[in-house]
Design a protein around this ligand. Structure first.
Ligand code: SF4
Length: 347
């Protein structure tokens, strides 16, 4: 990973996050989607979903990886049909299910048999008291551990997602140990962006973020498992470069909202990520490939030389570029600097 090299993803996203539904039985304190109990009547229909998958296949090879998220994807009765349809088009699939009674060992085995490449599970506290308070439903912590063990038993790789905020900061080392004990292949730390229900949580300071990232860089340097990655904190790559972490894996240089990442909402809106609600168009009426390659929203997000403040001047901006979602949440301007970064670029 070189700081000066221009990492852009003009042809196709590496990952497409498709929010199949906003229906979910949990009530997480930081839910981006502000999930609700009942499926929205305007969700994409089975026929529209099928057309969308064909649209994604039209990006050509290598095709983007598809992450089916929500809400809870298991609330859609056609989930396994969609997985099969994606795979028939040569699109690899991961799933982000919610830890509810819908997610039993039978479903985990079915994911494995269906060829799902990985699932993600959320752990925001190392004890049931802490985690369940976050998730809003007692018993969710134990259900999550059961799902992780079931995935491990059938050989289905799983990622643990953890929120980084003032509320979770002291517990991160214990959560890290838990993820390793469970056999997670990846530990992904999501640095809070104040959108959705997340606005009630407390952001950490830029110095605290740097401290966490230095610790993560040390962990990444050991090579895992689990592999350590971040979401909405691309400055982790700057920290790794500064610390010359050579064994780090899974840290795609330059990938950020709109550059390598595309999000499709439950009603078909196409956005740079689930945390950056700028709509380029809708899959019901627009060609998804054209939206990614040609829309103004996506094209400008691939140009860190256009970014404002420190992110515009920064020598790391091609590998990092800052969280565009956090810049937007903080200032209403998606090209502004990421306020969670402490770095002062060279004059
Ligand atoms: S100033 Fe911006 S581009 Fe530079 S490291 Fe910080 S977040 Fe990344």
């Amino acid at each position: 990973m070189e700081a000066g090299r221009q990492f852009t993803f003009e042809r196709a996203p590496l990952r497409v996050y498709w929010e199949l539904t906003r229906a979910c039985d949990l009530a997480c304190r930081h839910c981006r989607a502000e999930a609700v109990a009942i499926r929205h009547p305007a969700e994409l229909t089975a026929a529209e979903a099928s057309r969308l998958l064909e649209g994604l296949a039209a990006f050509g090879d290598p095709k983007p990886h598809l992450v089916l998220t929500g809400g809870d994807p298991l609330t859609r009765p056609d989930l396994f049909a969609l997985i099969a349809a994606a795979q028939a088009l040569g699109i690899g699939v991961s799933v982000a299910p919610s830890a509810t009674p819908r997610l039993g060992s039978a479903e985990i085995r079915r994911f494995r048999e269906a060829g799902v490449e990985a699932i993600s599970l959320s752990i925001d506290g190392s004890t049931s008291a802490f985690h369940d308070a976050f998730r809003g439903i007692p018993g969710t912590f134990e259900r999550t551990l059961d799902a992780a063990r079931a995935a491990h038993d059938v050989g289905l790789p799983f990622q643990i997602n953890t929120l980084v905020s003032q509320e979770t900061l002291p517990d991160l080392p214990a959560i890290c140990l838990l993820a390793a004990e469970l056999g997670a292949s990846r530990w992904s730390l999501f640095f809070l962006v104040s959108v959705g229900r997340g606005t009630v949580l407390q952001q950490i300071s830029p110095d605290e973020a740097d401290e966490v990232m230095r610790w993560l860089a040390e962990l990444a340097g050991r090579g895992g498992p689990p592999v350590v990655t971040t979401t909405e904190a691309p400055h982790f790559r700057r920290v790794m470069l500064q610390h010359r972490v050579s064994r780090a894996r899974g840290h795609g240089a330059g990938i950020r909202d709109g550059n390598g990442i595309m999000f499709i909402s439950h009603t078909g809106d196409v956005q740079p990520s689930g945390f950056l609600p700028l709509t380029a168009g809708n899959v019901r009426t627009d060609d998804v490939v054209s939206l990614y390659r040609e829309s103004e929203v996506f094209r400008t997000l691939r140009r860190p030389d256009l970014f404002g403040g420190r992110c515009g001047r920064c020598e790391f901006h091609w590998v990092c570029g800052g969280s565009r979602a956090r810049a937007y949440a903080a200032s209403g301007e998606p090209l502004a600097e990421d306020p969670l970064c402490s770095y002062e670029p060279r004059p």
